[in-house]
Ligand binder design. Structure first.
Ligand SMILES: [Zn+2]
Length: 434
């Protein structure tokens, strides 16, 4: 079993463009770590309103002075070529070159990540520093790329539960030579899946999908329409290694049980973490799962310094050659794994709490009375929770209604379960309807 950091070191520099040999190589390597089914979608295949693109290969790409001095080379860094760049070869004027030479908006030393998967053009990427030093009237550009029939790959790890009802974890793997976005989410997802596989059977089936962003999710969902009704919730994972607090972004359906559950337990899992509404923190594959015709409530977990709503990038090295193993740490990846497992634990427990009792419970008779003189808060909580155990509220709903954490409610519910005063039900079971 390879550690998360070792996998990152092994895979990060691969040219993992959306449909490419590098992507396949990375996915095949991950499949050696855990039982994985690899779904294959050929180039040109219709996926709802989309089509699977061709396989793209960059054989050579460089920029030279007319005197033959090499200024940048794809062989040195995969980000020097625009992902899915058209081939181009020739002498170009400085003006024309600059129209095709991309720089990072904020990091003068970094090569930016630029992709043109569908609206294609030729392009190279350079640091702002190099860009600013280009003063010759003309340069020589060589970009040898090929587009051919290939296949998009989606890796799926299934951890069967007591029910076919599924919870889906998603991470993308298609960012060449970058780590925090996106390999960090992949390795955390893999480690979570390993723990789930090793642990006792869960109520839900868990599915981890490792795919190229957007088109991978659309390909999988459009070819597994029958499964969509079984997907009861999801969590997208990325940016889990950088030094920033966890951000939990809600789904398109903020009233869903999974939103309620995760929101009510999140602050206990990361006291400095914060939450935000759908599309206010970061945009990723959760958009495809939350979309019309799918509507799987999928939240996302990432470490984000500055949410999207601020108009700034999520972290300084975002989409650049500075997103290397140096900015992620195994401690933070480990901590993120624990947060994901904590969310899953709560999700497993989040059922309707149904009273087996009528009237107010004779608390001291059951040995659960809390002395209000010693613990006024505990006393109040016990009674506030018990009077709401009516088969109409889940654990998460009790927590949100009372403004306390999922874990605090669970402690009381666990005591009541132990005394057989309540039972749990996956469906509402109103006991007090009039
Ligand atoms: Zn990205």
């Amino acid at each position: 079993m390879t550690s998360m950091m070792d996998l990152i070191h092994e895979l990060w520099f691969l040219r993992r463009d959306i449909v490419s040999d590098g992507f396949d190589q990375a996915l095949n390597r991950l499949a050696e770590e855990i039982p994985m089914r690899i779904h294959t979608y050929p180039s040109g295949e219709a996926c709802w309103t989309w089509r699977v693109p061709e396989k793209w290969t960059c054989h050579t790409a460089y920029l030279e002075t007319l005197g033959g001095q090499r200024l940048l080379d794809y062989a040195d860094h995969p980000l020097h070529a625009v992902s899915y760049s058209l081939p181009f070869e020739g002498e170009v004027s400085r003006e024309e070159l600059l129209r095709h030479l991309h720089v990072h908006p904020r990091q003068p030393e970094a090569i930016p990540f630029v992709f043109k998967y569908y609206k294609r053009d030729w392009g190279l990427c350079a640091s702002q520093v190099l860009h600013d030093s280009l003063n010759d009237p003309a340069y020589r550009v060589v970009i040898r790329t090929s587009f051919e029939a290939g296949a998009l790959k989606v890796g799926e790890v299934v951890i069967p539960g007591e029910s076919e009802q599924s919870f889906v974890l998603v991470a993308h793997l298609c960012h060449p030579a970058m780590v925090n976005d996106d390999l960090s989410g992949v390795v955390v997802g893999l480690e979570v899946a390993r723990e789930l596989l090793a642990g006792p059977p869960r109520r839900f089936t868990y599915r981890l999908l490792i795919l190229p962003e957007t088109i991978g999710s659309v390909a999988y969902l459009s070819h597994n329409e029958g499964l969509i009704p079984e997907l009861h919730g999801g969590l997208f994972l990325e940016m889990l290694g950088n030094d920033a607090p966890h951000a939990l972004q809600g789904s398109f359906q903020p009233e869903s049980q999974v939103d309620r559950c995760f929101n009510s337990c999140f602050s206990s899992l990361d006291p400095v973490g914060y939450t935000g509404a759908y599309r206010t923190i970061i945009d990723n594959d959760e958009r495809q799962f939350n979309a019309p015709g799918v509507r799987v409530p999928m939240l996302s977990l990432s470490r984000v310094e500055t949410p999207k709503s601020s108009g700034r990038p999520p972290y300084p090295e975002y989409h650049s050659s500075l997103d290397t193993p140096a900015i992620v740490s195994s401690q933070r990846l480990e901590a993120s794994k624990k947060v994901v497992l904590g969310l899953i634990d709560a999700w497993e427990r989040n059922q309707y709490v149904v009273n087996n009792f009528k009237g107010e419970v004779f608390a001291s008779g059951y040995g659960i009375w809390v002395d209000y003189r010693l613990n006024p808060e505990g006393h109040r909580r016990l009674f506030e929770i018990m009077e709401r155990c009516d088969g109409e509220r889940t654990v998460a709903e009790l927590a949100l209604e009372l403004g306390i954490s999922f874990q605090s409610v669970w402690e009381v519910v666990a005591t009541l379960l132990d005394k057989n005063l309540v039972r749990l039900s996956p469906q509402p079971q109103p006991t007090s309807s009039r």
